[in-house]
Design a protein around this ligand. Structure first.
Ligand code: SF4
Length: 305
C-alpha cells in the first residue's frame, strides 16, 4: 500500500473534509483588477495580461458557458466528485455587491456546489462584500483566496503591489471575523528576497488564522512588467530544481494540519525559469526526496493548538 504524502495536499485534505475529491470549476467574470488597466501592462510587476486566467476559461464568453465547459472538462478528465465554483482570475471582488450577486447566484444554482472560492487582493474586501460572502457562507463553504505574495514590505513595494503586509494581516482578520475560510497565496523567489526573507514570510503567515496556503515559485511571464525588465536586463530566477529544495524546507516549517493547495507554479508563457519538470514530475520528485530524507510537513514547527 502507498504511504501517505509527506505534506497535506489539496486532494488529501478534500478526502478528509469532504469524503472524496473536490474539483474546482474556474469561471472568469471578466471584471479585471482595480490595480490593472485593461489592455495595458501595469499592476503587480509579475502579473501577465491574462491575470491568472485558467486555460478552460480562455476564449469562452459568458460565465454560464464557462461553467458548462468547466464542468464537462472536470467530468471527462476526473469523473465523479464534489465541485467548487472557483472565481480566481484577476480580482473577484472588484465589482459592486449587486453585480457580484447577479453573477454568482445563477451560477450557484446551475450546479450542486459544496463551496465557492474567490480570489482577491487584501485591499478589496469592503464591508458590503464581506456581508454578502457571509450570507453565502450559510449555504455553502466560502473561501477567499488572498494574493499576499510576501510579508516583506520592501518587496511588496518593488513589485508594485500597492498594499503593505499590515493590510494583508488586516484582511485575514476581517475574513476570520466574518467566519470565512482564507487561503493565502504566496510567491517565492521574488527579486531581492533572500532565503531568510522567504522563511520569515512563512513564519509570519503560519502565525495567522488562515486555513490553507498556496506556495508558488516565481515565473517571469511574457506580457508582464517583470518580463520586460528581464528582457532588458536578465536577472537570476530561482530554477525549478532550487525550488524543489526550498519548498521542502518551507513545508517542514508549516503546521501539519494546514493544507497546501499548491506547491508548484504551472504556466506556459514564461521567460524564466527554464522548465525542468512537468507538474506531475515535480510532485513525484518532492514525494520521493522528502520520503528518502525522512522529512514531513510541520516537523520543524510547533503545531497549532
Ligand atoms: S496579481 Fe492580482 S492584484 Fe496584481 S495586477 Fe494581477 S490581478 Fe491585479
Amino acid at each position: 500500500m502507498k504511504t501517505p504524502l509527506p505534506w497535506l495536499s489539496h486532494k488529501e485534505w478534500a478526502i478528509r473534509k469532504w469524503g472524496g475529491p473536490l474539483y474546482r470549476v474556474p469561471v472568469d467574470p471578466g471584471w479585471g483588477c482595480p490595480h490593472k488597466k485593461p489592455g495595458e501592462m501595469g499592476g503587480c510587476t509579475f502579473c501577465a495580461e491574462d491575470g491568472g486566467r485558467a486555460r478552460q476559461t480562455l476564449g469562452v464568453d459568458s460565465p454560464a458557458a464557462q461553467l458548462e465547459r468547466g464542468v464537462t472538462f472536470v467530468r471527462e478528465r476526473y469523473g465523479e466528485g464534489k465541485l467548487e465554483l472557483y472565481i480566481q482570475a484577476y480580482t473577484a471582488t472588484f465589482s459592486s455587491v449587486d453585480a457580484l450577486k447577479a453573477m454568482i447566484e445563477p451560477l450557484l444554482g446551475q450546479q450542486n456546489f459544496v463551496s465557492l472560492s474567490l480570489g482577491t487582493r487584501p485591499d478589496c474586501l469592503p464591508p458590503p462584500t464581506l456581508e454578502l460572502l457571509r450570507e453565502w457562507n450559510q449555504q455553502l463553504e466560502v473561501w477567499v483566496e488572498l494574493g499576499l505574495q510576501t510579508a516583506q514590505d520592501a518587496t511588496l513595494l518593488r513589485m508594485n503591489r500597492q498594499h503593505s503586509w499590515a493590510k494583508s494581516k488586516e484582511a485575514i482578520f476581517k475574513l476570520q471575523d466574518a467566519g470565512l475560510q482564507s487561503c493565502a497565496h504566496l510567491l517565492f523567489g521574488l527579486p531581492g528576497e533572500s532565503a531568510d526573507d522567504m522563511f520569515a514570510t512563512v513564519e509570519e503567515i503560519v502565525a495567522l488564522p488562515v486555513q490553507a496556503l498556496k506556495l508558488h515559485n516565481l515565473h517571469v511571464l511574457e506580457g508582464s512588467l517583470l518580463g520586460e525588465e528581464f528582457k532588458r536586463q536578465p536577472f537570476p530566477v530561482l530554477p525549478e530544481s532550487a525550488w524543489l529544495e526550498l519548498v521542502m524546507q518551507l513545508i517542514r516549517r508549516i503546521p501539519a494540519e494546514l493544507p497546501l493547495f499548491r506547491v508548484f507554479t504551472d504556466s506556459e508563457n514564461r521567460l524564466a525559469p527554464k522548465s525542468e519538470f512537468s507538474k506531475g514530475e515535480f510532485l513525484h520528485q518532492l514525494e520521493v526526496v522528502m520520503k528518502k530524507r525522512g522529512w514531513f510537513q510541520g516537523e520543524l514547527c510547533f503545531q497549532k493548538p
